[in-house]
Design a protein around this ligand. Structure first.
Ligand SMILES: Nc1nc2c(ncn2[C@@H]2O[C@H](COP(=O)(O)OP(=O)(O)OP(=O)(O)O)[C@@H](O)[C@H]2O)c(=O)[nH]1
Ligand SMILES: [Mg+2]
Length: 195
């Protein structure tokens, strides 16, 4: 019913209140440039979502259809400087309203950079997801950037910084493909299970 490889772009929307109904959706949140769009593409084995070196590539809520009323939702990133002085302090009203309004959210993939670890804003986002009672999974991205000799220690450190058991974090690389198959399996299972 939900087949990630059948992905197609559905719509782009700036106002979460106008997104329309959906039975089950998985949202991708994280800092700008952390690899949200790349991960969505890797999970689907497709290039549907736009990727860029420049932070701030995704500026609206981009919805991808993977089954009848089954969505993957690529959100704009938070925490990048838009102007010389203007550092974006939070994740902005668009992401806020999206997470608050959508009843169909079955999972939030909360992305953190595997090498950098969680930033203060990442920690605030995770606290907020907990506060909202939203189901979430921490996904450590760009794991190819972590030195193999450092990998085990990094897994421990990132889990410690986030205050979660290490085994609950998915370590993935959209570049090397590490961890992608397992996470894709999880994503389709979540979307299948929804009524
Ligand atoms: N080394 C490495 N680079 C990656 C990986 N995934 C993404 N990137 C690179 O990181 C940059 C940002 O990727 P995006 O997928 O556009 O990131 P995003 O989180 O969607 O960014 P915004 O839309 O700006 O919020 C691009 O240059 C990607 O090629 C990965 O697994 N490994
Ligand atoms: Mg993006």
């Amino acid at each position: 019913m939900a087949k990630l490889s059948d992905v197609r772009f559905l719509k782009s929307e700036a106002d979460p209140a106008k997104l329309g109904p959906c039975r089950a959706e998985i949202a991708f949140v994280g800092r700008s440039n952390v690899g949200k769009s790349s991960l969505l593409n890797a999970l689907c084995g497709s290039e549907v979502a736009r990727v860029s070196r420049t932070p701030g590539r995704t500026r609206t809520i981009n919805v991808f259809l993977v089954g009848p009323e089954r969505w993957l939702v690529d959100l704009p990133g938070y925490g990048f400087a838009r102007g010389p002085k203007e550092e974006v302090a939070g994740w902005g009203p668009m992401i806020d309203a999206y997470l608050a309004l959508r009843r169909g959210i079955r999972m939030v993939f909360a992305l953190v950079d595997a090498e950098v670890g969680p930033t203060p804003l990442d920690l605030a986002m995770v606290r907020w997801l907990k506060y909202r009672n939203l189901p979430y999974r921490i996904v450590a991205t760009k794991s190819d950037q972590v030195k193999p000799s450092r990998f085990e220690a990094q897994k421990r450190d990132v889990a410690l910084a986030l205050g979660v058991p290490p085994e609950t974090i998915s370590w993935v690389s959209s570049r090397s493909g590490a961890g992608i198959r397992a996470l894709a399996g999880e994503a389709s299972a979540i979307l299948e299970k929804a009524p």
